[in-house]
Design a protein around this ligand. Sequence first.
Ligand code: ZN
Length: 205
Amino acid sequence: MALTQEKLAAVQQQLAGLPPEEQQKKLQELLTPEEMAELQAKQCPFCGIASGQIPAKTVYEDDMVKAVLDINPANKGHILIFPKQHYQFLFMMPDNEVARIFQVANKLAKVAFEAVGAQGTNIFVANGQVAGQNAPHVLVHVIPRFENDGVGLAWQPKKIEEAEMDEVVKKLTEHPISIGEEAQPAVIEEVKVEKEETEETQRIP
Ligand SMILES: [Zn+2]
């Protein structure tokens, strides 16, 4: 059954003014699982691929993650591995899903040597627009590499003074890291909520 414009408008009205976590809960009450999948597919192409609403060339799938060929590959055999749940940034994912996604990436990278004759692989994640993130959903890229393939992931090293390096170490070690964390609430950090209600604050998460 298709999610009609009328139903969507009615649902949006009921969500207005609720905080993000409650919007999510309310949505699940108001929509059937099929309608929910349809809505997510509209908002995020990778949620659409995860639920099967959007077709893709799948190379691996389990209960938590899915891996597909990138339709805009850097090289032949460029794979995208992503969580089936929607997370915008890697740090929002619970540790067990982070573990799974990199286990799958590592295994697929190994297979890529055989499958496309790769001579090397890069595994990387873009967190945020300045880092090159183009999708609203966490993606781990596995890029098979070949000699002189022209894929630009190299940089010129910068000179950072030792005192400044020490300062960075100090700041980084001030925050103790704990392993085994749950998912962080999916708050869209990039959106600044202004005093007046904007389109952005009223949209369905
Ligand atoms: Zn998504």
